[in-house]
Design a protein around this ligand. Structure first.
Ligand SMILES: [Fe+2]
Length: 394
């Protein structure tokens, strides 16, 4: 049996069973009991993600500047395309690094552009290293740092920021190689601006740069302790399937490489985080959730809204932003130690069990994780009573 200190919100159930002497009829309702609430553990936080902030757009800049953690332990993943302008990149990362417990960044193609309007005219590898240097001064983790171990909710898991580019191997329909793929793209008029702004120096080509990054990243991934799963973060999807829905299939060749197609299996991914496509959604590949976490351009998010919220919770998995808010509120209330009445609802495969049975089952479900479960009444302060409470299997 797990010790009670391992339960998410540190609620002491045992005294409840011992101290409840009144009959059920004497309680306010059949499933309401007085409880003693132990001091809660420090918040363990959530692993949140966003990408493609594109803060060159004023509306996006405003959104980025207002991103806030929900607990002091939240980590933020930024999966590339913050800005083409180095000064803007630094400004927004400094702001977010001051707010979140940890910020993790991987480069997108836009940061790697040598844009004519940017004061920094570095190219290729030198530009990337300049951005890494800025991140280091701000305390932001990059693909060049040791992979941290996430020990918050949903962990432990290795957090793996990667810089693995593309090599044109997501051929458009009708193409058998890069040359044919590019010919089709130029003929259709769909050509990524990378062809003009993303320089591979000192590598001979963008695909050579990609190949070097793959070799180095594979080596580091292979050396990780395989006792833990990974969260793989890259600007581009690691598998081709998410590009199947692109409006212009010619664009897929600038969206990744076939050489990472099995990485989520080989390297024990509990989830994959990426952007670039500006199609925020979750797909599953071999049972692994792939989170596309783009904000995207204003014309895009104005059209489809923020269907998954602005910040995606990637760990703990399956927890929506709404549930996270409830958990945060619940933790706050528990800290106040004022839970006068708790209504227990046990969601069990066999249906809703009586509260007492739920308590008895608590030990049987020692692997269960207490998730966000306490629904505070809107008109009450966090110090008021809870109205429901449930166990979810881990
Ligand atoms: Fe983008």
């Amino acid at each position: 049996m797990r010790g009670r200190e391992e339960v998410g919100a540190s609620i002491d159930f045992a005294p409840l069973r011992r101290e409840r002497t009144s009959s059920r009829a004497e309680t306010p309702s059949s499933d309401c009991y007085p409880v003693r609430v132990a001091a809660p553990q420090a918040p363990v936080g959530n692993l949140l993600a966003i990408s493609d902030l594109h803060i060159s757009y004023a509306e996006n800049r405003d959104i980025a500047a207002e991103l806030e953690p929900e607990s002091e332990s939240d980590w933020l993943i930024i999966a590339g395309d913050v800005s083409e302008i180095v000064e803007d990149f630094e400004q927004i990362l400094r702001l977010l690094a001051e707010r979140f417990a940890k910020v993790i960044w991987v480069p997108g193609n836009h940061e790697l552009w040598t844009h004519p309007q940017d004061a920094v005219q570095l190219r290729g590898e030198h530009r990337y290293r300049e951005l890494v240097g800025i991140c280091r001064r701000l305390g932001v983790l990059t693909p060049e740092d040791p992979y941290p171990l996430w020990t918050g909710e949903g962990g432990p898991a290795w957090i793996v920021p990667m810089f693995v580019g593309y090599d044109y191997s997501f051929y458009p329909p009708g193409a058998r190689n890069k040359t044919e793929g590019l010919e089709i793209a130029y003929a259709s008029g769909v050509v990524c601006s990378d062809e003009f702004l993303l320089h591979p120096d000192p590598h001979p080509s963008r695909e050579d740069w990609c190949s070097a990054r793959i070799a180095e990243t594979e080596r580091r991934l292979s050396e990780l302790d395989d006792a833990y799963p990974t969260v793989l973060i890259n600007h581009y999807p690691l598998v081709r399937e998410p590009t199947d829905v692109l409006r212009y299939p010619e664009f897929a060749q600038w969206c990744g490489t076939q050489r990472t197609a099995d990485w989520h299996r080989r390297f024990r991914a509990s989830c994959v985080v990426y952007g670039h496509l500006h199609i925020p959604r979750i797909t599953h590949h071999d049972g692994v959730p792939f989170h596309e976490v783009s904000l995207g351009y204003p014309r895009e998010w104005r059209k489809h809204g923020h269907r998954h919220g602005l910040l995606r919770t990637v760990l703990p998995s399956g927890t929506t932003a709404r549930l996270r808010r409830r958990r945060t509120a619940a933790t706050t209330a528990l800290a106040a130690g004022s839970a006068r009445a708790l209504r227990l609802t046990h969601h069990h495969p066999c249906g809703v069990a009586p509260a007492e049975s739920a308590l008895a089952d608590r030990n049987a479900h020692s692997g269960a994780v207490l998730h966000a479960l306490l629904h505070l009444r809107r008109d009450e302060s966090p110090a008021a009573s809870f109205t429901s409470f449930r166990w979810l299997p881990s």
